[in-house]
Design a protein around this ligand. Structure first.
Ligand SMILES: N[C@@H](CCC(=O)N[C@@H](CS)C(=O)NCC(=O)O)C(=O)O
Length: 203
C-alpha cells in the first residue's frame, strides 16, 4: 500500500490508521503548498487533487477519507462488531470529515476559496469557526460515556475525530469540550499516533 499524504493534513488520520493496521505501506508526500496536488504525477493517481489517496497492493486507488478508513478498518478488524455502534461511528466520521472539515476548517484554512474578496474573509472565518464549534458540541455528545466513538475499543472512525481534534488544539489553540479533550488525550497515548506524529514532523 502507498499513502499519498501531506504532513499535518487530514491524511494524518489515515496515516495513524495504517500504523494501527500494522501491514507494510509506503508514504508518498504531496506538496500542497506548491500545488503538486493539481499536477502530474499526482493527478494520475487522483484527479480530485486531494490527499489522502491510498494505492492498494493491486494498484487501484481509493479516495475520500471515510471510504479509505472503512476499507482499512476491514483489513484489520478495526470496525465495530455491533451494527448500531458501527453505523453511529460512521455517522460521526462523516460529520467530522464532511461538515467540520469540509465546511468549517476549510473556511479557516482555505478562506480565499470561499470568498475572492479579502473584505469578506473575516466573515468567512467566523462562519467556519461556528461550524467547528458546533461540530465539537455534537461530537462531545456522541462521545459521552465512551472511551472511543464506538464504545470501549478503538475503531477506524476514531482517526477522523483525532485529526479534527488535532487541528483544533494544535493549529487553532482551541479548548475542546471535555469528552473530546479526553478522547484526544487517549488517542495521543496510542503508540500508532506517536509514531505518526514523529514521522510527519508534528511531535
Ligand atoms: N473529501 C476529501 C477531502 C480531503 C481534503 O480536503 N484534503 C485536503 C488536505 S486536508 C487537500 O488535499 N487539500 C488540497 C487542496 O484542496 O488543494 C476526503 O474525504 O478525503
Amino acid at each position: 500500500m502507498k499513502l499519498y499524504y501531506a504532513p499535518g493534513a487530514c491524511s494524518i488520520g489515515i496515516h495513524v490508521l495504517l500504523e494501527e493496521v500494522g501491514k507494510p505501506y509506503q508514504l508518498e508526500p504531496v506538496n500542497l503548498r506548491e500545488g503538486a496536488q493539481f499536477k502530474p504525477p499526482f493527478t494520475g493517481v487522483s484527479p480530485k487533487g486531494k490527499v489522502p489517496a491510498l494505492e492498494r497492493d493491486d494498484g487501484s486507488v481509493l479516495t475520500e477519507y471515510p471510504v479509505i478508513a472503512r476499507w482499512l478498518g476491514h483489513q484489520a478488524n478495526l470496525l465495530p462488531k455491533d451494527a448500531e455502534a458501527d453505523i453511529r461511528a460512521m455517522e460521526a466520521m462523516e460529520y467530522a470529515v464532511g461538515t467540520m472539515h469540509g465546511q468549517g476548517f476549510a473556511r479557516l484554512f482555505r478562506t480565499e476559496r470561499f470568498a475572492p474578496s479579502v473584505a469578506d474573509h473575516d466573515a468567512v472565518k467566523a462562519a467556519g469557526r461556528e461550524v467547528v464549534e458546533k461540530g465539537f458540541a455534537v461530537l462531545d455528545n456522541a462521545l459521552a460515556g465512551k472511551s472511543y466513538i464506538a464504545g470501549n475499543d478503538f475503531s477506524a472512525a476514531d482517526t477522523a475525530l483525532f485529526y479534527v481534534e488535532f487541528w483544533a488544539t494544535k493549529r487553532l489553540g482551541m479548548r475542546l469540550p471535555a469528552n473530546c479533550a479526553a478522547h484526544f488525550d487517549r488517542m495521543m497515548t496510542r503508540p500508532a499516533v506517536q509514531r505518526t506524529l514523529q514521522q510527519e514532523g508534528q511531535a
